[in-house]
Design a protein. Structure first.
Lengths: 286, 226
């Protein structure tokens, strides 16, 4: 019941947005369960998408929805040394505009002169608007259901569910980061000579029992990049950055840092590879 | 052993790129002030890795040196950094590089203990660094082989990035030539499969470990062949 209410909220927001401005939204808000169901129906042969029957069955009860609920409260609460809410944070579509913001990141921000991915931007706002210090746990702790960053990420990302990935690519710096992200994706290196394509170059392959999504299959890839997701094996909601860190670790590359150019460039490229496909937010994974 | 040479070559190559990007630095060389639009995508990627504080480059790597050394590409990695299959020329160059790097064992190749080999083929431990570091002092690194190959369908689920190696020795035999071939593939697969996704294990596993894994593949008593 509570979950229904939670879901109804973004729907209302999306519809409100349409009615009010008629701004050319690529697509409107959809329940993540419906988005995933359509992906499954459209791709009956995808072993990656169909690897687990339980995945779709559990979607309506996705534990990430509770984390989003916590994030909603945090977003509007006045907190931090400046006793401010995050309502004036600009994720690229104007202060406080959350619908569709997540799927258009990373983007270039005039105020910092940088291309920023979602998490980098969120943390920037928490520091600038709310006054948190880099060492404060509110911004320093990035992983786990209990962290502010994951709760806020899940709530804000959810406002883009069903909308098409369309990371900004107009500004020259956005284009540069995207192109560098593609180079990083195919750059072989580290102790075991891997690049990202070593494991995400083909459809239907497995690393042990894990089915691998193919980067050039945009319908597989849209689910692949749809984080935050409740990761059942970890019993926690995880972020895009957490996934990249995990893959870099398995690749035997150097450890990758959050809020870094490498992280942003990789996210720019991987969201780009899902361009035009609807995001499943929040998703649920094995 | 070959690692040192290749790392040195990589460092030299990176120095060239660093020089080339030198002019792209607007004022000072803080990451914020660099004009990223003045670099090629490749230059920017190298800049991001080595100059932008994106990676924990100062960590020690298990193979010696630092994570920074590890991230420097050797010639073979560089040659294989593209999308899709290598063209004929690249394939030829990569095969030649791989042959030059490969160190053949002296004398006849003996098989080790297939049970130890099985353990090593299933172990995914080793060489991971970053938020969590594998400690080779407490546990030896494994081969990750089952991440990518099915050896024994009876065992836990195995990967499919590479071809199935089920019944490998039973179908191919266990001649000295066969042992030489398998040793070459495990040590440096690019001698036969240029730019394959498989790691070069010479330097990652020691010769004894390789002999155990070879026994797992070739010994008639191994479950792979039964």
């Amino acid at each position: 019941m509570f979950k229904k209410a939670l879901l109804a909220l973004p729907v209302a927001m999306a519809l409100g947005g349409l009615a009010a401005g008629g701004a050319a939204q690529a697509s409107e808000w959809q329940d993540p369960t419906d988005v995933l169901q359509k992906l499954l129906d459209n791709n009956p042969d995808s072993k990656y998408l169909h690897q687990s029957e339980q995945n779709i069955m559990m979607m309506p009860d996705n534990p990430a929805l509770w984390v989003a609920e916590d994030g909603e409260q945090l977003f509007y609460e006045e907190r931090g040394p400046n006793n401010a809410s995050l309502e004036s944070c600009d994720f690229g579509k104007g202060p406080g505009v959350l619908e569709g913001a997540y799927v258009e990141l990373p983007r270039y921000f005039e105020d910092t002169g940088k291309v920023m991915d979602f998490e980098h931007r969120l943390v920037h706002c928490m520091k600038e608007i709310q006054g948190f210090d880099a060492d404060d746990p509110e911004v320093a702790q990035r992983h786990g259901n209990d962290t502010d960053v994951m709760q806020l990420t899940t709530y804000i990302a959810m406002q883009s569910s069903g909308m098409e990935w369309q990371p900004a690519n107009e500004h020259p710096k956005e284009q540069a980061m995207l192109a560098a992200g593609e180079k990083l994706f195919f750059r072989r290196g580290g102790a075991m000579d891997f690049n990202c394509a070593s494991c995400h170059g083909e459809s239907g392959k497995r690393v042990r029992a894990s089915r691998l999504p193919k980067m050039r299959d945009s319908q597989e890839w849209t689910k692949a990049v749809s984080w935050p997701a409740h990761r059942a094996g970890h019993d926690n909601v995880r972020s895009q950055g957490h996934r990249i860190r995990g893959c870099a670790w398995q690749m035997r590359h150097a450890g990758i840092k959050p809020d870094s150019m490498a992280n942003t460039a990789l996210i720019a490229f991987w969201n780009e590879a899902a361009r035009g496909e609807p995001a499943v937010l929040p998703d649920l994974k094995r | 052993m070959f690692k040192k040479n290749t790392v040195a070559a990589g460092v030299a190559a990176f120095a060239t790129i660093a020089l080339a990007t030198g002019c792209a630095v607007a004022e000072g060389n803080k990451s914020d002030e660099v004009d990223i639009t003045a670099m090629s995508a490749e230059e920017l990627a190298e800049y991001i890795i080595f100059e932008s504080d994106s990676f924990r480059l100062e960590q020690e790597a298990q193979e010696g040196g630092t994570a920074r050394d590890r991230m420097v590409q050797d010639d073979l990695q560089k040659a294989c950094s593209f999308e899709g299959e290598p063209d004929g020329e690249t394939a030829g160059e990569v095969v030649a590089m791989a042959r030059a790097e490969y160190e053949a064992p002296e004398g006849d190749i003996e098989l080790g203990d297939w049970e130890k080999g099985q353990e090593l083929a299933f172990s995914g431990y080793g060489y991971r660094i970053g938020h969590n570091n594998d400690d080779h002092g407490t546990r030896e690194p494994g081969g990750n082989c089952v991440n990518c190959h099915v050896f024994d369908p009876e065992g836990p689920t195995q990967g499919t990035i590479g071809p199935s190696l089920e019944g490998y020795g039973a179908t191919r035999g266990d001649s000295q030539e066969m042992r030489e071939y398998v040793h070459q593939v495990i040590s440096n697969p690019h001698q036969f499969f240029p730019c394959a996704q498989m790691p070069r294990f010479q330097g990652l596993l020691d010769e004894e470990q390789i002999s155990h894994i070879m026994a797992y593949m070739l010994d008639p008593d191994s479950p792979v062949n039964n």
